[in-house]
Design a protein around this ligand. Sequence first.
Ligand SMILES: Nc1ncnc2c1ncn2[C@@H]1O[C@H](COP(=O)(O)OP(=O)(O)OP(=O)(O)O)[C@@H](O)[C@H]1O
Length: 319
Amino acid sequence: MDNNDLVISTNGLTKAYNGVQALKSLDLKVRKNSIFGFLGPNGAGKSTTIKLLLGLIKPTAGSGNVFGMDIVKESTLIRKRIGYLAQDPRYYDYMSARETLRFTARFFYSGPKNEIENKIDDTLELVGLDDKADRPIKGFSGGERQRLGIAQAQINDPDLLILDEPAASLDPMGRRDVLEIMEKLREKTTIFYSTHILSDVQRVSDTVAILNRGELVAQAPIEELLQGNGNAVYSLVLKGDAANARSVLTGQPWVSLVNTVSSNGSTSINVTVTDDSIAEDRLLRLVLEDKSVQVKEFGKKRYELEEIFMNIVGGKNNV
Ligand SMILES: Nc1ncnc2c1ncn2[C@@H]1O[C@H](COP(=O)(O)OP(=O)(O)OP(=O)(O)O)[C@@H](O)[C@H]1O
């Protein structure tokens, strides 16, 4: 990976609070224009990482760069180019969304003054709050409050958006809206967001890092992770007596595991293989040769992120 392509890069980044290691030697690489899901259960160290990147706290050891600048020495310059949504954004509830954005723009908008109102209108539209722009925030739903937070973070067209659990507290509709806005924004900026919700990561991220107890346990493009651990699993549904098919499959040197479940005269079989190219060529042929069964369904199983996550973190945490 070309280093000029990296928006965030950390090297052995470590943070201890009073001797308790919250983050252990983190090596993170976030590519420009990616939408990077930073996944981990509660207490994994996600917020600690975000605070370090923003220069709000100092590392105990290691280093980090954002836009090629040092997160300790150049944090003021870095923050000018970042939009940040905190985990629990607070507002003046008597103010409207428009007034709130005006207030934010006073501090963070660096474009021409006569453009501010247009910019506010565009941003309200982007997050779908244009029709509620002049109502007090007091009556806003959780999803609307989060979308306003994204609007605030986006007002100065940042080169990097950092969102701390942007959808965690929302109902499914609210989550969908926030994820859709993130999808739209990925064309304009790089998005680094933390979450403990697996399905959100699977839906919008292109790269994912998994943090567990302060340690990075995986970091890869999502497609790579979803391909699983190198083994492929095929699933079949057979009608008839599947005993022979089962023993033929079990006897193949490229098959490592065969699981069967029978009910109402049909049998579901999951076959884990160690050599996928042989399996592609031979597996279905072998079963079709067996005249005591009919093949009703055949397919390759796609790993769900949840399985991968549970495999990696060993099911030790409640997610
Ligand atoms: N200021 C602090 N002082 C002491 N310990 C802290 C402090 N901040 C965080 N920790 C501890 O560091 C660990 C990591 O916390 P962090 O908030 O980074 O996790 P997280 O992944 O963001 O979790 P959550 O999703 O619950 O916010 C936790 O064990 C937490 O209790």
